[in-house]
Design a binder for this molecule. Structure first.
Ligand code: CP
Ligand code: NVA
Length: 305
């Protein structure tokens, strides 16, 4: 593993290894054990979209591992003035030890990785959110002690989260069910992968997807970059594609609710269901830190893990 661009690139075994290292990172931190796995190393973080969790967890994670992270806003760097991604990749490779990028097109991230001599980590594109889903899988495994054989359900837009959950869940031996409206399906490449990767259902009916679920996920109806479509999307999703108590009644008892955040209460999830599951949702947010420390150490460390 040289980069983390999308979960499709990883084997189930590699994902399992990341989750094991992530558990170790969490244990170490909770027990005051300090490991400077990335001493003297620098991570460049390119953000072309907003962020709270991704920025703070990567920057904090680098610091905790003895390294340093620097924030590059797309707008304020030369990227915003049109400097080609392949030049940015080669320049950052001369200064830094890794690059995290949050942007629009997946092809930009792939292009960056092609020209960079250092590891590239996808911090979200329109296509994928691999770091989030590693934290999600870690959280489910932590609460339920296993992944294989459990049912993961996603209700809502077939967006970056849906794409990465489908791939990550199936690679870890989970059953995956997705309910989304017509016209808002997950990416065709992901659906193609899902055909042969395990037990997968795509339905228009949230109730069907939620039946006997062990972990229910949802995400915003309009993602970053889709603000102009928000009203149209609301009309399509409203009243149907929502995680609420009626839907949760169809799931297995003890079913978890997960949300990558930020959440829009009253839209994709009710305030009541959100608050009932707040503890596990914020555990999920916390696990971004541990999962990314694992990813960075595996990719940028001296090969000990
Ligand atoms: N879940 C997530 O990626 O959050 P941010 O957009 O705040 O980084
Ligand atoms: N689907 C959302 C996820 C945010 C973390 C977006 O892309 O805006």
């Amino acid at each position: 593993m040289n980069d983390l661009l999308k979960l499709m690139d990883l084997s189930g075994k590699e994902i399992d290894h990341i989750l094991n290292v992530a558990d170790q990172m969490k244990y170490n931190q909770k027990h005051g054990l300090i490991h400077n796995y990335l001493q003297g190393k620098t991570l460049a973080m390119i953000f072309e979209k907003n962020s709270t969790r991704t920025r703070v967890s990567f920057e904090t994670g680098m610091y905790q591992l003895g390294g340093h992270a620097l924030f590059l806003s797309g707008k304020e760097s030369q990227i915003g003035r049109g400097e080609p991604i392949e030049d940015t990749a080669r320049v950052l490779s001369r200064y830094c030890d890794g690059i995290m990028i949050r942007t629009y097109g997946q092809e930009e991230v792939e292009e960056l990785a092609k020209y960079a001599d250092i590891p590239v980590i996808n911090g979200l594109t329109d296509f994928a959110h691999p770091c989030q889903v590693l934290a999600d899988l870690m959280t489910i495994r932590e609460k339920m002690t296993r992944l294989a054989g459990l049912k993961l359900t996603f209700i809502g837009d077939g967006n970056n989260m849906a794409n990465s959950l489908i791939v990550g869940g199936l690679k870890c031996g989970m059953e995956v069910a997705v309910a989304c409206p017509e016209g808002y399906d997950p990416d065709p490449k992901v659906l193609e992968f899902a055909k042969t990767a395990g037990k997968f259902t795509l339905t228009r009916d949230p109730g069907e997807a939620a039946a006997d679920a062990d972990a229910v996920f949802t995400d915003v109806w309009a993602s970053m970059g889709q603000e102009g479509e928000a009203a149209k999307r609301r009309k399509t999703f409203e009243g149907i594609y929502q995680v609420n108590e009626k839907l949760m009644a169809l799931t297995h008892s003890g079913c978890m609710v997960q949300h990558c955040l930020p959440a829009h209460r009253g839209e994709e999830i009710t305030a009541e269901t959100f608050e009932k599951h707040a503890e596990e949702i914020f555990d999920e947010a916390e696990n971004r830190l541990h999962a990314q420390k694992a990813v960075m150490t595996i990719l940028m460390g001296e090969g000990k893990l």
